[in-house]
Design a protein around this ligand. Structure first.
Ligand code: IDP
Length: 143
């Protein structure tokens, strides 16, 4: 029998999700899936943190619109824990483009394309153990 290995991922409810009062719905889906929320904070984020968070996208045409969008209102940041939580939350979130994200996912059920320069897709979830460790260190340095 294998031993469950708790894994942590960084989840963000982006400004569109907070503004649309969907924070509770996102957290409800995380808990309904059986994951634990081990840290939770609503905050206004600065450009420096976002530049580090989205470093892999620096130089792309949507980089500055993405940073501006993420500073447009409060963000809810959470550390979510559970066996295979990184992959599991990505699955709950759905694919990047909310227009084509599968129904049943957060982005597929609740998101859409508003025709803006940046894709507004309600949530972020770390995409690998390395990203999760890096992002949790950025957003929750005391954890
Ligand atoms: P992910 O959030 O699904 O992991 P990433 O490729 O890491 O997607 O992109 C980060 C964020 O940047 C996306 O969630 C979305 O908000 C935005 N984004 C990604 N690709 C594009 C694009 O081609 N145009 C506009 N915005 C984009």
């Amino acid at each position: 029998m294998t031993t469950p290995q708790p894994e942590r991922t960084l989840v963000l409810v982006k400004p569109d999700g907070v503004a649309r009062r969907l924070t509770g719905e996102v957290l409800r889906r995380i808990e309904a899936k059986g994951y634990s929320i081990v840290a939770l904070e609503q905050r206004i984020v600065g450009a420096d943190l976002l530049a580090q968070h989205y470093a892999e996208h620096e130089g792309k045409p949507f980089f500055q619109p993405l940073v501006d969008f993420m500073m447009s209102g409060p963000v809810v940041a959470a550390v979510v824990e559970g066996h295979r939580a990184i992959e599991g939350f990505r699955s709950l979130a759905g694919t990047t483009d909310p227009t084509t994200a599968a129904p049943g996912t957060i982005r597929g059920d609740l998101g859409r394309d508003w025709g803006t320069a940046v894709v507004q897709n309600l949530v972020h979830g770390s995409d690998s153990p390395e990203s999760a460790a890096r992002e949790i260190g950025l957003w929750f340095p005391r954890l």
